[in-house]
Design a protein. Structure first.
Length: 321
């Protein structure tokens, strides 16, 4: 499985031959530095509850949702650590893909190995194709794992997925669809997507892309049932109060806290015209964490409480350090 792909736990278990039951391990660090949040990072993902709830509801209510925002605003993190866990609690299976090649083929290639492995297994087993399983007692049809690679995407999904399944396909960095793929390939996928959107099953698609490519979606309008921009969701930078949660709550999960003066100074330094950029917040907080660990004043996994100080922040050069 590529690092650019994510299948929600039920599908992922099958692809990897199953794994121990229970929650994924707790994140090793409170901040992500330059990495995006993964699904397993949900315990340290804060400041986006409002957006995650709203986007989840939008996805559940519509067959096609467009998520857009400037580069670095946190679209991938919102999908993986915010929305996918919420959808799974509602019984949806999520398939996450970065658009680096033709999307329909990527979707089929990602699901085919899983379907082959689960052939004949009970849907309630740890290798269940769905998480949570919605086909209790039903066994996978052997024909599901033997689909032609050239089969239309909608037919492939209808034939391979159990009838009661609820699948959400996230196509992230969808701007690459316009950069990497030719006009004919784009038109062919638009037809495939249109057929899926017209199907009666509970199938959802989310296209996530940078805001400067939003207008390019108009080129797909003629082939889709509705204008793809009708149901769009704009992700903005954090406001100061949401940034406060993104700073303090992951720290609390590790029994760490910020000096009051440091917290206010940090937020004031990060804030620009009422906004806080998530990447800068993660970088600064990660450096504070690394400094605390390196100082020996707090030991990872010790269970003891620790304190981030204004003095250490200044020694690191502040938000610009």
């Amino acid at each position: 499985m590529s690092e650019r792909e994510h299948i929600s736990p039920g599908l992922q278990d099958a692809a990897e031959g199953g794994r121990a039951e229970g929650r994924p391990p707790f994140p090793e660090r409170p901040y992500k530095f330059l990495d995006c949040f993964e699904t397993a990072d949900q315990p340290i993902f804060f400041g986006r509850d409002e957006e995650a709830d709203a986007l989840q509801n939008q996805i559940m209510a519509h067959k096609l949702t467009v998520l857009f925002g400037q580069s670095g605003v946190g679209k991938t993190s919102l999908i993986k650590a915010g929305v996918i866990p919420r959808l799974e609690e509602e019984g949806y299976t999520s398939l996450y893909l970065r658009v680096l090649r033709e999307p329909a083929a990527s979707i089929k290639n990602s699901l085919s190995p899983v379907l082959s492995i689960v052939e004949g297994q009970d849907a309630t087993s740890p290798s269940s194709i769905l998480h949570p399983p919605s086909t209790v007692g039903q066994r996978a049809c052997p024909e599901r794992s033997r689909r032609a690679p050239t089969e239309p995407l909608c037919s492939f999904l209808e034939a391979t997925l159990p009838s009661e399944s609820r699948l959400v396909v996230f196509l992230d960095q969808f701007e690459e669809f316009f950069v990497r793929l030719g006009k004919a390939t784009r038109a062919a996928f638009a037809e495939e997507l249109a057929a899926c959107l017209k199907s009666e099953g509970v199938l959802r698609f989310v296209l996530s892309l940078r805001d400067d490519y939003l207008g390019r979606l108009h080129s797909l309008s003629a082939q889709l049932p509705d204008d793809p921009l009708i149901n769009r969701f704009c992700l903005e930078n954090l406001n100061v109060e949401k940034a406060r949660l993104a700073v303090t709550q992951p720290a609390q999960a590790f029994k760490l806290r910020y000096e009051d003066e440091l917290l206010e100074t940090l937020l004031d330094d990060l804030e620009q015209e009422g906004d806080v950029k998530p990447p800068q917040l993660q970088i600064v907080c990660h450096k504070l964490y690394e400094s605390l660990v390196d100082s020996g004043e707090w030991v990872e996994g010790s269970g003891r409480s620790g304190l981030f100080t204004l003095e250490s922040y200044k020694e690191l050069g502040g938000a610009e350090g």
